[in-house]
Design a protein around this ligand. Sequence first.
Ligand SMILES: [Zn+2]
Length: 400
Amino acid sequence: MNRREFMASMVAGAAMPVLAESGSADTGVKPPRFKPMEISGQEPRPDFWKVRPGEILELCERAKKCSRKEIIAHTPLGYPVYALFYGDFAGDKPPQTNWSAGASSTTWKNYMGNPPPAKQTFLLLTGIHGAEPECVAGAVNLIQELETGRDFRGKTHPELVDLIAKYRFIIVPCANMDGRAISPDHLRGAVWRDFRAASQGTWKDGSLVGWRGSKSWFPLPLDKVSYPGGYPNSEGYNIMHDATPGDIRTAEARGILKLAARWRVDAVLNGHSYEFAPSAIVPSAVDVPAKVERLNAISDRINVAIHAAGLMDGKPQVNRTPSGLMNLNNVLALASGALALTLECSVSFDRSIKSPGTIPTRTYTFDELMEPLFISLREYLADGLERPFLVRGTDHVYGD
Ligand SMILES: [Zn+2]
């Protein structure tokens, strides 16, 4: 089949072998409406920091060790959004019911399959906000290690690779390719205003759109901005908040939710970055109480590990009250029952989230900027082996 047919078959989710693609990674991609942001005087990225769309596509297209790959969406600019599958997905037929119905049916196996997958299914989802490249860099290096035995630094993570092998593991290395296409390679050393401008953009009068300000709009009105930031996709939609059932606006969010539902994802790590020392975010309270409690415990575990690795000064963030905020993690929970947790890496400095006004005393190295992703995955995956992530249901509780 030619390239277009190959891509169409993947979008349709048809069973397919892993095929190496050839040709330009950017074929058919439209140029962005806004000029990519450059921060003057910024240090060059190291070679292993491969976070540009063309580099991500090249890696995904040449991946051969994965058991399956799909393009789960095309962005408004036309970039394919890849999902790479590691582990045994062969012969796994689509669920005969959705999670909502299946969770209430005579047996949870009507959704999970009979027999259900032998291993739990984990989704690593990074680059939802294109301006936040740290977890994308981590995911790209992890893919390189899974493909070749070493990451782009020549390093190995044997414990993590061993844990991944105990799961069915899916990686979406960059969900927001459009945002990535206009974002700087990194924000290390950037002053706060440049960080904020790169993320949520600037209005035409030069003022910042702002983090909360950006959420006043869905989509961001692109005719009113001088730069939209790499937070939203090229139509101004913040994919992380494309979370209204019945009114999902972006192909990216739709593709992610379908992916989770189709492959019965049990747990998700949603990788982001912010301007503080890295930490896993407190989960949303909007879920089944037992799942909220479990997610909070996993979040604590990750934060203790990040602290122990010397990447978080002060006390680790633990024992927090679940928040009332809602985002894509909530609808992922609805799509497949998954636990979904957000990690925030740091874009540069060790600012304390508890005291945001404090002067940072440390600039993380590029290795340290992506290290929290590896730590979080290790802790999250280890937790799921000590106790399954989900109790999917109890058979025959409900009579017909
Ligand atoms: Zn983010």
